[in-house]
Design a protein around this ligand. Sequence first.
Ligand SMILES: [Zn+2]
Length: 103
Amino acid sequence: MQKPKPVDVTAVVAIGALAGSTVVNLAEHDVSAIRILIVALSMLSVGGILLAQIAKDMTTELYQCPTKDCRVEIRATRNHSPERLAALRDMATDHTRHGSTAS
Ligand SMILES: [Zn+2]
């Protein structure tokens, strides 16, 4: 288990606070407990999905070909060596090295 980064903790606190304040609002409007629970759980699970996406974006590099209409892109996890990441970046951003997909 990795130690959570400060941004992860902040996001969890923000999502928790948002879900908590929504629950309080619903409770003040006589919404039944089961509905409140469903809303809270769905908010927390959506928050979890967002967090997973944020974590993925933070741990991967995306290299895209700058050539118009070329959709070549390489997503690499950052645990590769710098040399390997540089090679992948060159492969993605140098259109002549994969140019058969679009001219
Ligand atoms: Zn290209």
